[in-house]
Design a protein around this ligand. Structure first.
Ligand code: ASP
Length: 582
């Protein structure tokens, strides 16, 4: 028997018991006459003691050879500690070692394996298996498991069946590049890894599965922005015989269940906001509604007052920053430089301080009277003590820039509190999105999303105005889920492919299987997928998803531990009928 107890288990109740423990040596303190060893396993830390007076000479000598990360098995008795550690569950006791075995030695680890480590990110990723021994990482993986279990519990209770779908498939259009896998047996042909199981889950609905889910890996070959992974996990779901309302209810239920079980947080019915409203009020289709600073459009109040800069612009829009009238000139200048950085790309920022005494002071006092500025304050909802910030320009761009500023201020002013949860649904997304580069429309969600019936006629005349039965679940400024009601008849689906610029031949070649299936009694259906890594990170109160993934890739898409991707040798390339052109 390697162990009678774990290293996180023993306390004052066990005093006097003979126990055996197995684990890693975290720390050795050798005072000569006494040696203390911190023994670690997944469950915690237990202090071992070797004592000249109570342990044999042999044992003392053997203990002197112990070093960090040796794996040992000890036999001993639980005794009361002289100096207790109230911060440690096992802090009242220690184990007086009677005998021990070295199960494996260790070379000196490249960084200290403790909660606070001297290892930088790169080093920790290269030796991720050592990093996982540390509490902060280990606990996040355990946390992820708990969330996954709660997802499975809830969905199973609601009658969903987890079905696995294949990884070696054909392209799925989720808007990214595919990762491809050459087929040895089918010369010159390639599989694509799924960007999501989208078409398969729809085929499961045709197959009568009715309520499907899967916690599943998806693969997207995208330029990696911060905190994106080329392979990531979705909670992927689909239901038949439902309309949008049914889906929103079920998955609002799932989110509420997770918040309650994992965070002990109860939330009210989720607010709903149309895409248009979200863009107008927050400049963003995933607004963080934990804090105010809603956009106020100031065109009517700010134009035609002699301030040229505003007069020529499509949109003048402002926010009231709470309690920021006290910002110094320097702080405001910093904000101005911040919005002018290429990442934001604004031309500038106009400000007006609403002083505590009710007076207003602005960077454009020359053009606007106190009454004018008071009207800005009323429109933005500013109170005495607040700072009004205003931007102007092309409507879409300006909204995006002001949104970036709003989020920046939300972070700076500590308004985005990790322990506050504000979910909402954003609904009525546009069906199509104009792509400047290719000069054509793309499906904003994916080509299987159904347009709103009442907008159908617009497809011919104003395709950009057509709204979709598509929805996103947003939590604290993050899109954590997105889905849609699908097209389920062949005719509409082929029309959609046509609007997206596919020739009938291309549509048939890529998605013939789906349109064929639609001829055999496809039920009305719809679904959603949650980004599981992000969901777990948000529930865990963190911004970064990386630590919640056991073996993540770095920003260049590399696994630095196993050193992948890697070259293939000639023989493998030959077998795959591949020749490199480098
Ligand atoms: N397949 C979609 C996605 O990955 C989700 C859905 O429409 O259900 O975003």
């Amino acid at each position: 028997m390697y162990r009678s107890h774990t290293c996180g288990e023993l306390n004052a109740k066990h005093i006097g018991e003979k126990v055996s423990l197995s684990g890693w040596v975290q720390k050795v303190r050798n005072k000569g006459f006494m040696i203390w060893v911190d023994l670690r396993d997944r469950y915690g830390l237990t202090q071992l003691i070797f004592d000249e007076e109570r342990s044999s000479k042999d044992l003392m000598e053997k203990a002197e050879n112990l070093a960090r990360e040796f794996v040992i098995q000890v036999e001993g008795s639980v005794i009361e500690r002289e100096s207790k550690n109230p911060n440690l569950p096992t802090g009242e006791i220690e184990v007086l070692v009677e005998d021990f075995k070295i199960l494996n030695s260790s070379v000196t680890p490249p960084f200290t394996i403790e909660d606070e480590t001297d290892g930088g990110e790169d080093l920790r990723m290269k030796y991720r298996y050592l990093d996982i021994r540390r509490n902060p990482v280990k606990n996040k993986l355990i946390f992820r498991h708990k969330v996954a279990m709660q997802v499975r519990n809830y969905l199973s209770q609601e009658g969903f069946i987890e079905v696995e779908t294949p990884y070696l498939i054909k392209s799925t259009p989720e808007g990214a590049r595919d990762f491809v896998v050459p087929s040895r047996m089918n010369e010159g042909q390639f599989y694509a890894l799924p960007q999501s199981p989208q078409t398969f889950k729809q085929l499961l609905m045709v197959g009568g599965m009715d309520k499907y889910f899967q916690i599943v890996k998806c693969f997207r070959d995208e330029d990696l922005r911060a905190d994106r992974q080329p392979e990531f996990t979705q909670v992927d779901c689909e239901m038949a015989f439902v309309d949008q309302e049914d889906i929103l209810n079920i998955f609002e239920g799932l989110t509420r269940h997770l918040l309650k079980e994992i965070k002990a947080v109860e939330v009210d019915k989720f607010p709903r906001m149309t895409f248009d409203e979200a863009m107008r009020k927050y400049g963003n289709d995933k607004p963080d509604i934990r804090f105010g600073m809603e956009f106020a459009e100031l065109n009517e109040l700010a134009k035609d007052k002699g301030f040229n800069v505003f007069d020529q612009q499509e949109l003048v829009v402002g926010i009231a920053v709470p309690n920021a009238a006290s910002f110094t000139r320097k702080e405001i200048d910093n904000l101005i430089s911040w919005v002018k950085r290429p990442q934001v790309g604004a031309n500038g920022l106009v400000w007006a301080k609403y002083n505590e005494d009710g007076s207003l002071k602005s960077s454009v006092d020359k053009f606007y009277s106190q009454d004018d500025l008071k009207a800005w304050a009323d429109k933005t909802g500013a109170k005495p003590g607040d700072l009004i910030l205003v931007m102007a320009g092309n409507a879409d761009k300006t909204r995006t820039q002001l949104s970036a500023l709003r989020m920046h201020l939300g972070n700076e002013l500590g308004l985005r509190k990790a322990d506050e949860f504000a979910p909402l649904w954003v609904v009525d997304f546009p069906l199509l999105e104009w792509d400047e580069e290719t000069e054509r429309f793309h499906a904003m969600h994916h080509p299987f999303t159904s347009p709103k019936k009442e907008d159908f006629a617009l497809l011919e005349t104003e395709p950009g105005k057509v709204r979709a039965n598509a929805y996103d679940l947003v939590l604290n400024g993050n899109e954590i889920g997105g889905g849609s009601i699908r097209i389920h008849d062949k005719e509409t689906q082929s029309q959609m492919f046509k609007y997206l610029g596919f020739t009938p031949e291309e549509a048939k070649e890529q998605f013939g299987f789906l349109m064929d299936a639609f001829q055999y009694g496809a039920p009305p259906h719809g679904g959603i997928a949650f980004g599981f890594d992000r969901l777990v990170a948000i529930l865990g109160g963190q911004e970064s998803i990386r630590d919640f993934i056991a073996f993540p890739k770095n920003n260049a898409g590399r696994d630095v531990m196993i050193d992948a991707p890697a070259k293939l040798d000639e023989e493998q390339l030959d077998e795959l009928h591949l020749r490199l052109k480098l």
